[in-house]
Design a protein around this ligand. Structure first.
Ligand SMILES: [Zn+2]
Length: 322
């Protein structure tokens, strides 16, 4: 939204800060390579993940300290996987490349300290330059748009799937151009084709993560422009415009159990036709500022059972924005 987790749970705050400093100092090494090769703990019982969305890391607002505290809190829950939810950096959409570079440097320094596998989902603030006036981008740069985030994180694609601990994970790219300098929540046609084939070939209980909610109650309570007299309106930047169609796909597939999102910096839990859609707040709360209209800094701790059942708990990071 645009508004302007073997565990390290026993790491002491000092040791963790030390590892962060070391990681930041060695940023020439691709940050996540070592984290990816590390298995969190021997698989016994449910798979435990942390969904950490909307970090909005920047040089100001003590965001690095707040993010470090969030990561430490997540690792204390001994997750097998940390799944991010996009908007990892404060903003790259409407900012110069130099400024974007600085934000990615801080974010990658944070994540390099994670001994747990991290998988990234990307958001509207992660792609570079779509606001050409403010970013100075021409659109011809090789890393224009989502490519810069992919390059920074060493990802081949902004959508993909993988299996872990008896579950199938689908990472979607929610952010499509509106044809101008803005964005709309939906997946592209090639992504839709890929998704249908991916789900058809899969036999495991499935978790889908997108940045923008596929279905959510949060726009209904957040958007003061909802009441249009004879109908209600949900803006295309707040919820997937193809949400109803994606839901029909998930319902007919039968294996999609849980869809996680961020973007709204609010928390909800919607269950329909056997599919649960959860919007999981924001690591940054209200962009690292105090604002009671949004969730306090938080992340979701989720246990995934082999039979497709799951439980989810929202965990405050303990950080208080000032
Ligand atoms: Zn956000």
């Amino acid at each position: 939204m645009t508004n302007n987790h073997s565990s390290a749970g026993s790491l002491s705050r000092r040791a963790f800060a030390g590892s962060l400093a070391g990681a930041a100092a060695s940023l020439a090494v691709p940050g996540l390579a070592s984290a990816r090769s590390t298995t969190a703990r021997p698989q016994a019982g449910p798979l435990r993940i942390c969904h950490m969305t909307d970090w909005h890391v920047c040089p100001e607002r003590r965001s690095a300290e707040g993010s470090e505290q969030a990561l430490e809190a997540a690792l204390a829950s001994k997750p097998d996987l940390i799944l991010t939810g996009g908007d990892l950096i404060f903003d790259s959409f409407a900012t110069t490349k130099t400024r974007a570079d600085e934000q990615w440097r801080i974010f990658k320094g944070l994540m390099a300290a994670s001994p747990v596998r991290v998988e990234h989902c990307l958001g509207n603030h992660d792609l570079w330059g779509w606001n050409k006036d403010k970013s100075g981008a021409t659109g011809d740069e090789p890393d224009y748009g989502m490519q810069k985030a992919l390059d920074e994180l060493g990802l081949a694609s902004s959508w993909r799937s993988f299996d872990l601990g008896g579950w199938h994970f689908v990472v979607l790219d929610s952010v499509m151009s509106d044809g101008g300098s803005g964005y709309r929540g939906r997946i592209s046609e090639p992504q839709r084709e890929w998704l249908e084939a991916d789900l058809a070939a899969n036999r495991l209980p499935t978790l889908v993560v997108s940045h923008i909610p596929i279905l959510s109650l949060t726009p209904l309570v957040w958007d003061s422009d909802f009441d249009r007299g004879d109908h209600g309106r949900v803006a295309g930047g707040e919820m997937h415009l193809d949400g109803p169609s994606l839901h029909k796909l998930f319902r007919s597939n039968g294996r999609v159990k849980l869809c996680l999102s961020g973007h709204m910096h609010l928390i909800d839990d919607c269950r329909i036709d056997g599919v649960t859609y959860c919007c999981d707040g924001a690591v940054c709360g209200a962009w690292w500022k105090p604002d009671a209209n949004f969730a306090a800094p938080t992340f979701a701790s989720i246990e995934l059972e082999p039979d497709g059942n799951f439980s989810r708990r929202m965990m405050p990071t303990g950080w208080v924005n000032a």
